[in-house]
Design a protein around this ligand. Sequence first.
Ligand code: GDP
Ligand code: SF4
Ligand code: MG
Length: 413
Amino acid sequence: MLDTPKGLRLHIGIFGRRNSGKSTLMNALIGQSVSIVSDQPGTTTDPVEKTFELSPLGAVVFIDTAGLDDEGVLGEMRVKKTREVLERVDLGIVVVGAEGLGSFETDLIATLREKGTPFVVVFNKSDLVTPAPDAVQAFKRDGLEVVTISAAQLSGIGAVKEALFRQAPEGGIEDARLIGDLIGPGDMVVLVVPIDLGAPKGRLILPQVQTMRDILDSDAVSMIVKERELSNALEQLKNKPKLVVCDSQVVLKVAADTPPDVRMTTFSILMSRFKGDMLKLAEGAGAISRLQPGDRVLIAETCSHHSLADDIGRVKIPRWLRQFAGGNLEVDVRAGKDFPEDLTPYALVVQCGGCTATRKQMLVRQYRAERQGVPMTNYGMAISVVQGVLDRTLECFPAAQQAYRRAAAGEKA
Ligand SMILES: Nc1nc2c(ncn2[C@@H]2O[C@H](COP(=O)(O)OP(=O)(O)O)[C@@H](O)[C@H]2O)c(=O)[nH]1
Ligand code: SF4
Ligand SMILES: [Mg+2]
């Protein structure tokens, strides 16, 4: 965290009237008391800045400002400082207190919109007052992000974080590696690409192409074979390859054909780190071994593609999971943007690779599952589990392998 130059961190400003609960909210978000909370209006004079690791956004700077409605000479200075903060933040939180919405908040929202700064409207003190439903509806109709919370009682804080992730500029999310950090110059990587009926005609799919590009960027060498040619290709190589990467659909054969001292993984496991939080997905995969007949499972796809006869998400994975659980599972499929708010009915969420989604969108989904305590994994990992090879395919990622083992054994992280 300390390595991130301060200028590159996402700056999140907390704005609102005096006493609306800005400092309380910042403390709740951070989980420690760094800002002075008091019921004396105007205690926060200078903006308080706090750098904080807000997974999955990475290092962020929260700026707790003074109330923008301050009076008097001292108040004027505070207002000026707060206005300066308004100029430079990447993301805003507008806190509405017990007094409810007024012209103050409407002006603030108009200013943020004018600047093109994304923001979240937080109705605080829900333990004392209920926000006017009309106002909330009107905001939502306008496409604004609205969350009702009680900062003092720590309720709704997770929802504020999720809303912040959704609103965060794409560039504010920490980048992740695909394969480059696993290999060095001159290393050989064997890529196993099945060319079956499901393979697109005349081309390769994006994860495969991206992996090849990353191998080139690393000055490493790659060799591409179909699964049937793998054994032969490995025999012909003078030295053992550094890594074998295969499509999930042939993972069983490739695991068998790759010597135990050669590391192997799948394209979708590489993508799970590139597009999401691999550690949590591996942990979520551990829940597969605890599935019981009668459990509900959500299959989530980020695009609504035309479903094939032997569709991986709609047909194959549900079938394998049922076999694994030893009985029937209730399987719901949600496609496109339709990802349920409430995931608690589910024993497991299995997300597709999300080739049409951004890293941010995938992380937001993962965060929703995490804060509701619902295990979430992805297609690639689920396939490796049901084929009995996830431990092997995670061997390049010891932390994820450990997380999977612990979760499969029923231990809490
Ligand atoms: N009942 C209730 N009181 C709150 C809540 N959030 C903050 N407060 C109280 O409101 C007062 C002002 O909070 P503070 O965070 O200092 O407001 P700020 O001026 O906007 O920074 C304090 O007494 C807080 O304890 C809440 O959700 N419910
Ligand atoms: S991985 Fe997800 S987003 Fe990509 S084609 Fe499959 S269902 Fe669609
Ligand atoms: Mg304050």
